[in-house]
Design a protein around this ligand. Structure first.
Ligand code: ZN
Length: 320
């Protein structure tokens, strides 16, 4: 573990992040040809990378660890196949994962109990000394408990496992609340907030869908696509000017238009999208389609997106 003369842990977490990044690239290149599903890829990350990223976290874990978290969130984005600028909160929600900060703090609290209950005379003396001098590590434990509204637990005589569960659940609840707030306030998540199920690995990610189709569905759900409603942001176009260039309807090219309206994609729509959705199209039906758990519908949606994107790119690049 890397220590700095100034007693701060910025370089420690940067070092862990650099090591974790190497481990992440190594497992990513090995998993490339293995066609693992999302769940397995995340499990492999937890086994081989999370441990590297959290090395010695009992000591430095109160640091925000931005660089460490970047490795984690970038891996999630890579697995989902979305752009790096995709809303982080939506990514956590999509895969039902918590930031590593929570895992680090869990390790710290476990270690705190280990020190408190230690029979080792050296450890015991050190711990008592830290408490007496109100060491920064101990004061951080107190601070963290009071932020979580659990200050009473510092002196509690409850069973260790019960206290750890209470702390862990509270940290998870606070995070979930933050993510839900972020999603409901983000302009990029207007559609997403209606499409998602509860906080967990979303159902469609567990279905046997070809990876290229699955990634297209994710991109559409998380607004990480190339439709004008999204790319217009980068060109500084106002919302009204982000029109579809594939047809003459002179309307905004958003997910609703692309999936159920655009006349240039009519034949593909007839082939891959159930009549129920396209007969009387509405935003509600887009939400229903994007949140379906029916494997066949999901596969067909993926195929529609694949061919429609191809056709759209041709049309935008060679209009005639
Ligand atoms: Zn159109």
């Amino acid at each position: 573990m890397l220590f700095n003369y100034n007693g701060k842990f910025l370089s420690t977490q940067k070092h862990c992040a650099a090591q974790g990044n190497k481990a992440m690239f190594s497992i990513s290149s090995k998993m490339k040809d293995l066609n693992f599903n999302v769940e397995t890829q995340l499990n492999v990350f937890d086994t081989y990378v999370k441990s590297v990223l959290s090395y010695g976290a009992e000591i430095w874990g109160f640091h925000k660890g931005q660089d460490v978290e970047k490795v984690h969130i970038n891996f999630c984005k890579k697995v989902l196949g979305v752009r790096k600028n995709t809303c982080n909160s939506a990514v956590y929600y999509e895969v039902g994962r918590f930031p590593l900060e929570i895992f680090r703090k869990q390790k710290i609290f476990k270690y705190w109990f280990k020190l408190r209950n230690s029979k080792n005379c050296i450890l015991k003396a050190c711990y008592e000394d830290m408490v007496k001098n109100n060491d920064i590590w101990i004061s951080n434990i107190r601070k963290e408990l009071s932020i979580l509204g659990l200050a009473d637990l510092y002196q509690s005589t409850m069973k260790e496992s019960v206290i750890l569960d209470i702390i862990f659940n509270r940290m998870c609840d606070v995070f979930k609340q933050k993510v839900v707030n972020d999603i409901s306030n983000a302009s990029k998540c207007i559609l997403y907030k209606h499409v998602v199920d509860h906080f967990c690995l979303q159902v469609y990610l567990k279905k046997p869908i070809h990876v290229k189709y699955r990634k297209l569905i994710t991109r559409l759900r998380l607004s990480s696509h190339d439709l004008k409603i999204e790319t217009g942001r980068y060109e500084n176009l106002t919302r009204d000017c982000r029109k579809c260039e594939s047809c003459n309807l002179n309307v905004i090219e958003d997910e609703f238009h692309f999936l159920l309206i655009c006349p240039s994609l009519c034949s593909l729509r007839d082939k891959y999208i159930k009549k129920y959705y396209s007969r009387k199209p509405s935003v509600y039906k887009v939400i229903q389609l994007l949140s379906t758990s029916n494997t066949k519908e999901l596969c067909n949606l993926g195929k529609y997106l694949y061919y429609a994107n191809k056709q759209r790119t041709l049309h935008v690049n060679y209009p005639n």
